[in-house]
Design a protein around this ligand. Sequence first.
Ligand SMILES: Nc1ncnc2c1ncn2[C@@H]1O[C@H](COP(=O)(O)OP(=O)(O)OP(=O)(O)O)[C@@H](O)[C@H]1O
Ligand SMILES: Cc1cn([C@H]2C[C@H](O)[C@@H](COP(=O)(O)O)O2)c(=O)[nH]c1=O
Length: 225
Amino acid sequence: MGDQLGNKLDNQAGLFITFEGIDGAGKSTHISFVADALRRRGVNVVTTREPGGTALGETLRGLLLNEKMHLETEALLMFAARREHIAQVIQPALDAGTWVISDRFTDASFAYQGGGRKLDLSKLNVLEQWVHPHLQPDLTLLFDVPIDVARTRLDATRILDKFEQEQSDFFTNTRNEYLRRAAEFPQRFRVIDSTRSIAAIQQEISEIIDALCKQAARSDLNDSH
Ligand SMILES: Nc1ncnc2c1ncn2[C@@H]1O[C@H](COP(=O)(O)OP(=O)(O)OP(=O)(O)O)[C@@H](O)[C@H]1O
Ligand SMILES: Cc1cn([C@H]2C[C@H](O)[C@@H](COP(=O)(O)O)O2)c(=O)[nH]c1=O
């Protein structure tokens, strides 16, 4: 969250926060907590998700989570849904000064299609450059748990979709690619140990959000000088 964030705040643009992690890591549990915390501070926030977030994106989500397809088809459809999501939801909100919290974004494509399915990362880099050459999250919270913990949580709660039915190797590779990206982009990633209690995790997230809001406030102060 360095100079790039400073420039965005100077321009009064909204901030883009993404939540990532393997299925069952617990990320969705914390989205409304963060949105509410920001709203209490007077920040306009929209929450959204990928794949999805638009009517077309939700239709594509139904296919992606339920139909078998070639791994490149899967990657292309993820980015097609993302293109629509950026055009209709993410970019207009950020331009209007609204903060966007998205349950997953492009890191998920690198982790799942790249790490999990072994699609060549260079192909994902091309898609990323095509679909959003100038847009990156300002903050990415990566909820990290060992795969057996995630599996136990999922098994206890719901019918599993196509991804959630994958074998442990798939999730090991997906998790490793997430952690590799967190190490590659330390400025925007915060890795959250999601094996802890929900209360302990929310305490850590509160501190991260506090720091982000203080940075935003300092930037506003500088603008008024
Ligand atoms: N820290 C935690 N400790 C114990 N259980 C948790 C914790 N966090 C989440 N859970 C539970 O684990 C289950 C999965 O959580 P959640 O839906 O938030 O995961 P997710 O990472 O968003 O999964 P997916 O990506 O598949 O939607 C839920 O039943 C949730 O209540
Ligand atoms: C954006 C994105 C998502 N996925 C996968 C990851 C999950 O298994 C599902 C979404 O389900 P969730 O319960 O809403 O997390 O889609 C993916 O493989 N690639 C992506 O780019």
